[in-house]
Ligand binder design. Structure first.
Ligand SMILES: [Zn+2]
Length: 300
């Protein structure tokens, strides 16, 4: 399976943004409408390494999910060589040959992050447009009724956005000033505590995982895959952590082509993301749409 490494590399050099602890980056191709500077700049530049992943980006079917102790024993001595948004094992685009575009929305939770932008959800429902919703434990806990409603709507796929919204590291690496997990055991907890919560919500384990800040190392990706979930990045950053003005959001979503994975935030109703996404989705709907969930795109 191949992914568009060139496009991934192109967008990697962008400016990092963060809102409410949920980080993303600006695309290099943006010519105007520079988003406002924000606090929380990254301390390290992610390596734009386009090398192929060492193994399939899809987890092996898990007959039995490894235990926490088994994960620690298997991964404790491993030393990562990569850190950032796009490391070996992360999918940033859909599989080669995919005909759709995957819209992924993050619901980060935590202080300032527990809201929902109903403009976006209503539009998706109105146009029957599917999306993959990455829910954090804190958001689910604060929005039990809405989380259940979203889980019961077949338009929406529920994915894993972590338990405490931490960068996923075996060495405690930070992203945007947020300290990451400190080892395989903490990574297990960050993935699996929310897996339990989502499984209780949907009746099945999530298939895709995106860490808080979207930063991780390649040992973390291996742990994620061992636990049956695909670490998921993105190829189009639609809102740069909900900091872009609406017209830039519209522009970025509008340039999506088959195979792209779009990231935006569904938890910032006071940001311009909703307005910009609404315009972009209306335009896309006019062209017949072609949005897919990650699972649909990776199993057909
Ligand atoms: Zn987030």
């Amino acid at each position: 399976m191949q992914f568009n490494a060139g496009r991934r590399a192109l967008i990697l050099a962008g400016l990092a943004m963060t809102v409410a602890g949920c980080a993303a980056k600006a695309p290099q191709t943006q010519a105007s409408g520079t988003p406002p500077a924000t606090s929380g700049r990254p301390t390290e530049t992610p390596s734009p390494s386009p090398e192929p992943t060492p193994s399939s980006p899809h987890p092996e079917p898990q007959l039995v999910t490894p235990t926490r102790d088994e994960i620690i024993e298997r991964f404790n001595a491993k030393v990562p060589q990569h850190w950032g948004l796009d490391v070996p094992g992360v999918i940033s685009t859909l599989p080669a040959g995919a005909t759709g575009v995957a819209l992924t929305l993050d619901y980060c939770g935590g202080p300032g992050g527990n809201q929902a932008d109903h403009t976006i959800l209503n539009l998706l429902r109105q146009h029957d447009m599917p999306a993959t919703l990455f829910l954090n434990s804190r958001w689910i806990t604060d929005n039990p009724a809405l989380a259940k409603e979203l889980a019961e709507n077949p338009l929406f796929e529920i994915a894993n956005h972590g338990t405490r919204h931490l960068p996923l590291s075996v060495t405690g690496q930070s992203a945007y000033g947020i300290p990451g997990t400190t080892g395989p055991g903490a990574i297990y907890d960050e993935i699996m505590d929310n897996t339990t919560m989502i499984t209780n919500l949907t009746g099945k384990a999530p298939r895709f995982f995106r860490p808080g800040t979207a930063h991780l190392d390649e040992i973390s990706t291996q742990i994620c895959l061992a636990l049956g979930q695909t670490p998921t990045g993105f190829s189009i950053n639609a809102d740069a952590g909900a900091t872009y003005p609406a017209r830039i959001v519209t522009q970025e979503v509008g340039r999506a082509q088959a195979g792209d994975i779009i990231i935006a935030h569904g938890n910032q109703p006071n940001a311009a993301t909703g307005k910009g996404l609404a315009e972009a989705l209306n335009q896309r709907h006019g062209r017949g749409g072609n949005l897919v969930t990650l699972t649909t795109a990776t199993t057909t």
